[in-house]
Design a protein around this ligand. Structure first.
Ligand SMILES: O=C(O)CCC(=O)C(=O)O
Ligand SMILES: [Fe+2]
Length: 217
């Protein structure tokens, strides 16, 4: 009886390879999502979401904040990591232990053992926000993977090649999905298409993304 019941349940998580070195861990962060969202709220109380300026003088459509030792920032002076929040001058809030654990577990599941992120960028997309194709390359070295967690409304993630001109795959991402890329895929171009209007019971019309990285070796 019990066995039959189990067999009828849909698989809770599954793994979708994107290319050598990159996978989507479907729904991997669904169970801890509520805790992650509480963590985001706490981080944002200390270091509020803000729309940063690109070096070219554009305002990003995505609102961002950071936690952990190193925060990623952009302004007229360029893209970089720094230990202080430029809004307050204070250190970035510490990375909640639950964030760190989830990121390490996801990396391990994708084949990257002993991932110790020292940076978590928190992206908040409201409808209309997007992020153009880019490489994550402000880190000191590229030995450690990127772990990228999606929460809230769905979006179309673009996962490209090592050259800007390579046609990206479109990967639909939903609440709880985690993308991990490293090794030969570490410098692949990626981005997200414009967020559409949708509602999620936990986030309203917003999508949140947590991007975990090792900024310093
Ligand atoms: O929102 C996402 O899924 C991607 C975010 C990203 O690529 C970044 O912050 O560097
Ligand atoms: Fe990125």
């Amino acid at each position: 009886m019990t066995m039959d019941l189990f067999e009828q349940l849909p698989p809770k998580l599954w793994v979708e390879p994107l290319c050598e070195g990159a996978v989507v861990l479907r729904r991997f962060a669904s169970a801890p999502a509520t805790d992650l969202l509480v963590g985001i709220e706490q981080v944002a109380e200390q270091a509020p979401f803000r729309q940063m300026q690109t070096p070219g003088g554009h305002t990003m459509s995505v609102a961002m904040t950071c936690c952990g030792p190193w925060g990623w920032v952009t302004d007229a002076k360029g893209y970089r990591y720094q230990q202080n929040d430029p809004l307050s001058g204070e250190l970035w809030p510490s990375m909640p232990a639950s964030f760190q654990a989830l990121a390490a577990e996801a990396a391990g599941m994708a084949g990257y053992g002993s991932f110790e992120p020292d940076s978590c960028l928190v992206n908040r997309y409201s409808p209309g926000a997007k992020m153009g194709l880019h490489q994550d390359k402000n880190e000191e070295d590229f030995d450690q993977p990127i772990v990228s967690v999606s929460l809230g409304t769905p979006v179309s993630f673009q996962f490209g090649g090592l050259r800007r001109g390579d046609r990206p795959q479109r990967v639909p991402l939903e609440h709880g999905d985690v993308v991990v890329w490293g090794g030969p895929a570490r410098l692949r171009y990626h981005g997200v298409l414009t967020l559409k209007h949708a509602e999620h019971p936990l986030t309203g019309s917003n999508r949140y993304n947590l991007t975990f990285r090792r900024a310093r070796s």
